[in-house]
Design a protein around this ligand. Sequence first.
Ligand code: 5GP
Ligand code: ZN
Length: 112
Amino acid sequence: MDCIFCKIASNEISSKKVYEDDQIVAFNDLDPQAPVHVLIIPKKHIQSADQIADGDTNIIGKIFMVASKIAKELGLENGYRIVNNCGEDGGQTVPHLHFHLMGGRKMNWPAG
Ligand code: 5GP
Ligand code: ZN
């Protein structure tokens, strides 16, 4: 499948990985918007948050647990933000479900 994040998950495209298990991979964003900007994805191709099926709910929960683990490892003891952009109006540019884990600076709210 011609999907950048599937290719990152399978190492066809290189990335700086910060976490990996049998279901999930996390890697540094190519264009970081904060001192820490990691993308956490299921290895399984799910197009967007709008396409999460019954059988995917465990993995979504696990992604949030992994986010907390990565945040600790990367020193985000002051907090962090987890963002999902869904669909065109949500600002999603890569059609493979991903969660942005951002931190290392004070985040603004509301986000643009
Ligand atoms: P979205 O806009 O879909 O929420 O987020 C996509 C993110 O993927 C963007 O922050 C963008 O910088 C990042 N990105 C796009 N292509 C690549 C890539 O090839 N490698 C990495 N590491 N990040 C990418
Ligand atoms: Zn994919």
